[in-house]
Design a protein around this ligand. Sequence first.
Ligand SMILES: *Cc1c(COP(=O)(O)O)cnc(C)c1O
Length: 387
Amino acid sequence: MKRNTRLVRDGRGSDYATGMVNVPVYHASTIVFDSVAGLREAVRHRNERVLYYGRRGTPTQWALCDALAELEGGAGCMLYGSGLAAITGALMAFVEAGDHILMTDSVYEPTRTFCDLALRKLGVETTYYDPMIGSGIAELMRPETRLVFTESPGSLTFEIQDLPAIAAAARERGALVLNDNTCASPLNFRPLDHGADVVIHSLTKYVVGHSDAMLGAAIANEATLDRLRRGTFLHGHAAAPDDCYLALRGLRSLGPRMERHAQTALTLARWLKARPEVARVLHPALPDCPGHELWRRDFTGASSLFAVQLKEHPEAAVAAMLDGYEHFGIGFSYGGFESLVLPSNPAGARTATKWAAPLIRFHAGLEDPDDLIEDLEKGFERFAAAR
Ligand SMILES: *Cc1c(COP(=O)(O)O)cnc(C)c1O
């Protein structure tokens, strides 16, 4: 089955939906058993898919897990209350005091903060590495290196990593590879096929797709699923059924939405690249993006995000440009139907590599591209007036 067909069908098994098109939203904490024997049976299988207690999931969560595991080609999936909780939950499932981990310097900043504050306090040491390191990662590995964390494209700076090369080096030394695949969406890249052991998504972004829920997932291969599941249950992670329903609903239209996001983003990126005010556009599908060749090799598409570096300008000019946009909201996150813009300065969140200039990140929404370009054009008029 091809991908849009899968997106329509996955997670709609008859055992969950009982004839309805969509899986019902089960609100549950207590599960009442018929007998003491029934309760004991559930306890025995509580790490498997039995109704045991609301925190361990109901068919609403299981349907979403099935769909995501299928999309990513994994053995199973765990859900979390946010994307960041999925990242910290997965990390905590695999590390212990005395371990060392390798973290890409392009990582989502709250992931970095978790390593620097929480993991450090627990006796887990983090070394940041150049996202473009490839097989050179081998030189940073120590006997106690437990895992290598990857994220591609980087959330602000868009480097594409050589995951197969990194995974081969990690595997040789017995380290696991985790990948935050949020930016690519589950449609444009399949990290498990390229050597990752666990792939993580902030479902908040493209999967929910409507800026109205927080949710995360980690999908594991056969070798790591049991450890991920036990670690996740141990920490009490749970995902709310209404939000799981929104994620399932989002999945049904993910294919056409991503196609539209991608088309519009590339149109805007190319238009911006031709502007005299622009020094550089970072978009994985454009040849000057670091790792563009790897993107061509490993990815099946682009998403909604790209960044622009402006030529020398006063800071007030950027504020004048962004404040007046009619269609680009100023805000965090991405993946919703509405366009967004975010001024950022990645320089402050780099330790292994240097980043020179501030960037403006755009999320291309589902609006008509002509209206968005007109908005950008008027923005440059304000930019010029404020210089
Ligand atoms: C947004 C994001 C997260 C965090 O997800 P939340 O659902 O906001 O907690 C993690 N990684 C990446 C790459 C993201 O873009």
